[in-house]
Ligand binder design. Structure first.
Ligand SMILES: *Cc1c(COP(=O)(O)O)cnc(C)c1O
Length: 365
């Protein structure tokens, strides 16, 4: 645990926030990750001093020295979680302490200082509270929160930096897919890997995403929506999509997902869906699943559904899988029944429509 001389957030409301009329226009069609709110949280860390200068203030550009460490060696981590409007009109976060814990796990892997979990959660709550008017007026909308940390020391030597900046920004966000979730088409990356044993695959760091952009572009060029990554060693075991975890549904009512390791991101949505599926009486296996088995099972009809999951798109049905030398369709090629059911169960809890028996919903103020 890092030392901390920390008071509470200093609140500096925006002197000239975006007008009500302009905000109303923007939140009526917010898209994903582009309609930003008026405020942001900044908290600084200096070696020897700990975390300090915690502010909730007007959102604006950063001024960085060109030698700032993050710009050269990518010492950066982030999180993604959502603020929801509950059926009674109140605002809430969903399992923010799970994101805080994972943020610190990522920090340890990237040689960055840990942030006390309570500060992480309080920063997220404070930003939602001050910018709640940005909650989108669209079906399935949320305030998407992006906490992140960068190395800010101006130094070109290769070692962990001794200064950091933690921030939280928020974006008014609509449904990831406009008319509910269509089934996506996946491309099997035969050449590129997302993560290797001993690497940073289990850390939520920007570098992993940078490495995934070429295979994603390749998939899109071939007419697909997303990439599915295989393990780096044998190039056979299905890992994840690079931003979403993956599940397989079988005709005997069981479901399966690859086991957590240091090459798979430990998704909060994944964890919730495992719990909800078990409550539905389904048997859930966390076991490796091979690409050739996936194909054989889809062709024989033993595998009836597959879906990807993550905070942004919640649950996304997978309709088709392609590689340079094969392609197969899953079920009817559209959203499967169990996929839809689990998605609805999760969304109902997140929005306060169904009772929260797990203590996942954290009210704001
Ligand atoms: C964030 C992320 C996920 C999904 O995690 P959630 O906590 O469910 O949002 C899956 N894979 C990767 C690589 C990620 O960065």
């Amino acid at each position: 645990m890092t030392e901390t001389k920390f008071a509470s957030l200093t609140r500096i409301p925006h002197p000239s926030p975006i007008s009500d009329a302009e905000r109303a226009t923007r939140v009526a069609d917010p898209g994903f990750g582009k309609t930003f709110t008026d405020h942001m949280v900044t908290i600084r860390y200096t070696e020897g001093q700990g975390w300090h200068d915690a502010n909730l203030g007007p959102r604006g550009p950063l001024s960085l020295d060109p030698a700032t460490a993050v710009l050269h060696y990518a010492q950066e981590i982030f999180e993604g979680l959502k603020g929801y409007k509950m059926s009674d009109g109140s605002m809430a976060l969903f399992r923010p302490e799970a994101n805080a814990r994972r943020f610190n796990a990522s920090a340890r892997r990237m040689a960055m200082p840990e942030l006390p979990e309570q500060i992480f959660v309080d920063a997220c709550k404070a930003l939602v509270e001050i910018d709640k008017q940005w909650f989108p007026s669209v079906e399935g909308g949320s305030l998407y929160l992006r906490p992140f940390m960068i190395a800010t020391e101006a130094f070109l030597g290769v070692r962990p930096a001794n200064e950091y900046l933690f921030m939280v920004i928020a974006a008014s966000t609509g449904n990831y897919f406009k008319s509910g979730a269509p089934a996506v088409s996946l491309w099997v990356s035969e050449h590129y890997n997302r993560a290797g044993p001993g690497g940073t695959g289990a850390a939520k760091c920007g570098g992993n995403y940078a490495a995934s952009l070429v295979p994603i572009a390749e998939a899109m060029q071939a007419g697909h929506d997303q990439v599915v990554f295989l393990d780096a060693k044998e190039h056979r075991w299905i890992e994840e999509l690079g931003g979403m975890n993956i599940f397989f549904v079988f005709d005997d009512g069981s479901i399966q997902t690859p086991p957590l390791s240091d090459t798979i991101l430990h998704g909060v949505t994944r964890d919730c869906l495992i719990a909800l599926a078990r409550e539905e009486g389904l048997s859930v296996r966390e076991e490796p699943y091979a690409i050739d088995q996936w194909r054989a099972d889809a062709e024989s009809g033993r595998l009836i559904e597959s879906f990807a999951c993550g905070t942004a798109a919640v649950v996304t049905p997978i309709g088709k899988v392609s590689a340079p030398d094969f392609a197969f369709t899953i079920g009817s090629g559209g959203p499967g029944q169990l996929t839809q059911k689990l998605k609805a169960r999760l969304i109902d809890i997140q929005r306060g429509v169904a009772p929260d028996t797990h203590g996942w919903v954290v009210p704001i103020s």
